[in-house]
Structure formats: structure tokens, C-alpha cells
Design a protein around this ligand. Sequence first.
Ligand SMILES: [Zn+2]
Length: 160
Amino acid sequence: MTGKTHIMGGIASCSAIAYYYGFDPVLMTASGAIGALIPDICHTKSKIGRTLPLLSKVVSTVFGHRTFTHSLLFMLIMFLITAAYIPNKSISAGLMIGMASHLVLDAWTVNGIKLLFPSAIRFRLPLYMRTGSFSEQLVLAGLTIVSCYYFYELFHGRIS
Ligand SMILES: [Zn+2]
């Protein structure tokens, strides 16, 4: 999936979880948008890869694309790091949700992801699609609608 779809995936999932579980919606969705880009550090041409080129080069050379950073092992390591160093629950949970949304969206593409890395087994969801395809545009539109819905629900009560 493209960076745009990943950002919207992080925002949509975080706005829904902030709504249902009472997290700070602004902190959580902002962290979710950042978290949703983190797994693609393995790709030097991705948004985060271009922001942190050196780290991206190292990760992509050592692991390749969509392997370690798209696995449960990576999620576990990131969970331990965020739990230890980020005291704000809305931020740490937002980062984790954003990363999880990235894995789900990439599992929905033709190549799938190596969720159980270092095992080489690829996971792919049914009705998978090509990155940048019309189907992805529909997913992006759907995620945008979900985000708007929850943002409206989160804020309209406070504004009026
Ligand atoms: Zn990815």
C-alpha cells in the first residue's frame, strides 16, 4: 500500500479506538499516523525511508523489504520499547495501533507480509489488491470516511 493509505489506516483505526476506549484522540491519531509509516523503514523510497535514509538503508540491506519490520517479532520489540520509554498511553498505544494497521493493509496486497519472520511463510488476506490500484483508492476512500465519522463523533459533542 502507498504511504497515503497507510497514514489514513493509522488515523482511522486510532480514531475508532480513541472513541471507544477514551484515549486522547489528537495524540493517539497523530501517533497512529506516524506508527503507520514505521514498518516501511525497510524501503528506502518510502516516506519514512526518505526521512531517515541511513537507518532505512541499513534495515533494507540487512532484512530486505517487508520481512522483519512487517512481523510479530518487530511488533513485540516495538511494544517493549514504547512501553519502556513513552509514558503517555495515548502516544504509545497510537504508535502500536498504527504499526498494526500497516501490517493488516500490507497483508491485503499481492505480495503479503512475512508475519512470522524469520520464517519465510507469507501471509495474505483474501481479496488482496495491487499497491496503487483502483481497489486501493477505494480502501483509502473507505478509511477516510471511517476517520471522518469517528472525528465527528469525538468532537461534535465538545464543540456544541
Ligand atoms: Zn509496508
